[in-house]
Design a binder for this molecule. Structure first.
Ligand code: PHE
Length: 492
């Protein structure tokens, strides 16, 4: 081992980086909508329970793995158990695939930011929907028809990867300073958007829609699965990100408090973002003379169609708020995006001892190339399909395997002892119970549940072969992880 491990400049740099990784595009479009869909205010109950029973325990676990082993996921897991290196690689290849389509969504945001200055997307709801589906993406109608590359999206993608490179190339110390901006700026914008939203006519209807509790949903397993799924995605768990970030901390850093801070900051932001989104939707509904449910769309449509429509209606400063919203998405997304690249780079560097100076541009270049299929006219469908398979099956599998390796092979009490030796807040035996029993059961059940749904119904409205492609992808990534783990490393 020649060089010493890279280090964060301070503890708060690490916390900001982890918060930045957590708070991403998922907080703005995913959380508010999932909340509404699953019982409004009542959803906060399963959400908080998921946070406490799975989110925080697993986050503590990943911080402990990275920090104790001082390595990226594959090497760290190998040090825990010689047969577990592939699990680390599995997380890394999954997060790489995630980064390729996440960057594509960022590329759409780059385009929208550009068009926001002229409001080129039009003024009516139909015009905006046409702008997104036809002008920008020119959707081909089926994932099987790729069509040509959409040049503006490709340019946006190149800009996104360039930004990722610029944030990472100076190393972890500089990254630790950049994250103050990538976390701070979106927060400022969010405050402005919440104030603006709440002062619009009709805002209150939107908030009622968002928060009115429907407690009957608590009996439905679907709601609980949604809560756990959202917690995993939003905290960036089981993707290698937190392990690699924690590995740049000194071995004696506090773990428990860091985990509480990151998860609460993230979930608080998501909740707050809901006020910006739903107050504005309330306004949109009132202006159009319809009910809020009619305008509340899920997922990508919310950010790229519904929200711009609402912004266009603003009596003053529509251009400003349009630009602000997409700047918000870009600054929210960029620290999540580079937190998906760092585990890939760190893992290669840790295993083979290559120079990061060359590994980073290679990974960035490869990531860009692998993203090109998403810039075709079928790109939108593939973003959606990949997201489903990577997050639903990949993420659950990694989380499950981590719990088994730590809980049963290595021993949860041993890890807890280490955590308590460095943390101010003491973790009790409850943690062992969550890691060994509760979290694996939840993950196992949701995996099986999703698989049954897939077999019965396929995914979305896509042709059935896309489901085979998705499952095939997961299998290929698993095989690839085994192969990578068998390669000889350059580092001890
Ligand atoms: N948590 C991020 C979001 O909510 C997504 C993400 C997943 C980031 C995995 C890093 C790793 O958008």
């Amino acid at each position: 081992m020649a060089e010493a491990r890279e280090r964060w400049g301070s503890r708060s740099s690490f916390v900001f980086a982890a918060v930045g990784a957590a708070i991403g595009l998922g907080n703005v479009w995913r959380f508010p909508y999932i909340t509404y869909q699953n019982g409004g205010g009542a959803f906060l109950i399963p959400y908080l329970i998921a946070l406490i029973t799975a989110g925080i325990p697993l986050m503590i676990l990943e911080y402990a793995i990275g920090q104790k082993m001082q390595s990226s996921p594959p090497t760290a897991l190998r040090k825990i158990w010689s047969k577990a290196e592939w699990i680390g690689w599995f997380a890394v290849v999954l997060v790489f695939v995630l980064s390729t389509y996440y960057a594509t969504i960022m590329a759409w945001c780059v385009n929208y930011l550009y068009y926001s200055f002229t409001q080129a997307w039009g003024t009516t709801g139909t015009e905006i929907s046409n702008f997104f589906n036809q002008t920008l993406l020119d959707k081909s109608g089926s994932p099987g028809i790729l069509g040509g590359i959409q040049l503006p999206v490709l340019i946006g993608l190149a800009i996104t990867w360039l930004l990722i490179y610029l944030c990472l190339f100076k190393g972890v110390k500089t990254l630790g300073k950049i994250v103050y901006f990538t976390v701070g700026i979106p927060w400022l914008i969010l405050i402005v958007m919440v104030i603006r939203g709440l002062t619009l006519p009709g805002a209150i209807n939107g908030l009622n829609f968002y928060l009115t509790p429907d407690f009957s949903v608590l009996l439905s397993p679907k709601v609980w699965l949604a809560a756990y799924g959202q917690i995993f995605f939003t905290l960036s768990l089981a993707m290698g990100t937190l392990i690699v970030y924690a590995s740049y901390l000194p071995k004696n850093s506090d773990i428990a408090a860091n985990a509480f801070m990151t998860s609460l900051a993230n979930c608080g932001t998501a909740f707050f973002a809901g006020f910006a989104v739903f107050s504005t939707l309330g306004y949109l509904a009132q202006s159009m003379g319809v009910g809020v449910p009619e305008v509340a769309t899920s997922g990508l449509g919310l950010a790229f169609v519904t929200y711009p429509a609402a912004i266009n209606l603003l009596p003053v400063a529509g251009v400003l708020f349009g630009a602000l919203f997409f700047l918000l998405l870009l600054t929210l997304g960029i620290d999540s995006a580079f937190s998906q690249v760092e585990p890939v780079v760190g893992s290669i560097v840790d295993k083979w001892g290559f120079n990061k100076k060359w590994v980073l541009p290679a990974v960035v270049g490869f990531g860009f190339l692998m993203g090109i299929p998403y810039t075709t006219r079928a790109g939108f469908y593939w973003v959606d399909i990949m997201d489903h398979f990577v997050c639903t099956y990949g993420l659950t599998l990694v989380g499950l395997l981590e719990c088994i390796v730590i809980g049963y092979v290595f021993g949860a009490p041993k890890v807890r002892k280490y955590i308590n030796s460095v943390s101010d807040v003491r973790i009790g035996p409850w943690w062992d119970v969550f890691i060994k029993i509760v979290t694996p059961i939840v993950l196992g059940v949701s995996f099986i549940f999703e698989l049954i749904t897939l077999i019965r119904k396929g995914y979305g409205n896509y042709p059935i072969w896309t489901a085979f492609t998705g499952i095939g992808l997961i299998v290929i990534l698993l095989i690839l992880s085994f192969i990578l783990s068998k390669r000889k490393g350059g580092n001890p």
